[in-house]
Design a protein around this ligand. Sequence first.
Ligand code: NAD
Length: 350
Amino acid sequence: MEGERMGVFENISIPGHEMVSFFQDKTIGLKSIIAVHNSTLGPTCGGLRIWPYESEEAALKDVLNLSKAMTYKSAMAGLELGGGKGVILLNKNQSKTEELIKSYGRFVDTLGGKYITTTDVGSDVNDLQWISEETKHVVGLPVNQGGSGDTSIMTGLGVYLGMKACANHIWGTDSLSGKTVAFQGFGKVAKQAAIHLVKEGVNIIATDIDDFKLKQASELGAQIVGVSEIYDAKSDIFSPCALGGTINSNTIPRLSAQIIAGGANNQLESDEMCALLSEAGIIYAPDYVINAGGIINASCEIGAEYSELKSREKTERIFDITSNILKISDDQKISTVEACNKIVLEKLSN
Ligand code: NAD
């Protein structure tokens, strides 16, 4: 039997989102949600997250937050794209399969281009190849197949430049030489950022739940610590690069870093954390500003032949965009998150 839509949304109020679709394909065990947050600036685009969520509510919350963040991310990066996101909910002990991914591809296709999919946590370029057999609304395929390739290269570059902009703001120099960066999660993005940092003489501390990732971190010279110990590790910059929500009232008092700058989406448990960060004297580089390299890279494939040079040039603007946010935050005595919100809401209302 082909996939069928679930009718669970009628009674759920989802303010601020243009569209949220649920899809279930019982024959192969696919449960998926796609959220289209805002398409004012263009078609919505965002990655596919494949995750063993604890509940359907948790998956819904995640996809709503992530798609909204994509609207803000693309707007801040000056792209003609809106925000959307897809998730596949894995059952306990369920692994992704070609059939599962292709079924998701058919789901994306039913939306007729309102949502363009790419990779996020749990999905990779192989998945995109399968998806591309079912829909043309996919970006991030390998460069030799007409795509823009691995998003994490530019995302890592942007995170690195965001760190440098913060350093310049508080230490008066963008040099990070001799500083220590603590990575929470050492996946694709963290590794790409760390490659730049190591070249600049930065000390790396890393944690991950995956031994292979820890091996990669060690090979780059990182000091490895336990998953919980990362908050207490002495560092200048704390870099969340795993999942969201790890900056909260329990973890902020444990941080020694003066800067939080990482790749993970939705790092703050809530916007209220801005006040706690300010009290603790910690500067926060808004996640969606400095992790925009991936969507910038993917956008270079839409409507034009992909050029790595153009993508790099656009990604390098993250340094100036971050510096501007930090300045507005200082001048207007508002948090960096509020500074971004103001800019985005103005763009969306024009
Ligand atoms: P990834 O899956 O390659 O890396 C995430 C890493 O975090 C994995 O190695 C995983 O084992 C680890 N991890 C998970 N839970 C952990 C925990 N509790 N403690 C420590 N480590 C843990 O994904 P990625 O592409 O590197 O993305 C990292 C983050 O950046 C995600 O939040 C993603 O949404 C965001 N992001 C990625 C891109 C991109 O281009 N890939 C772009 C923008 C934002």
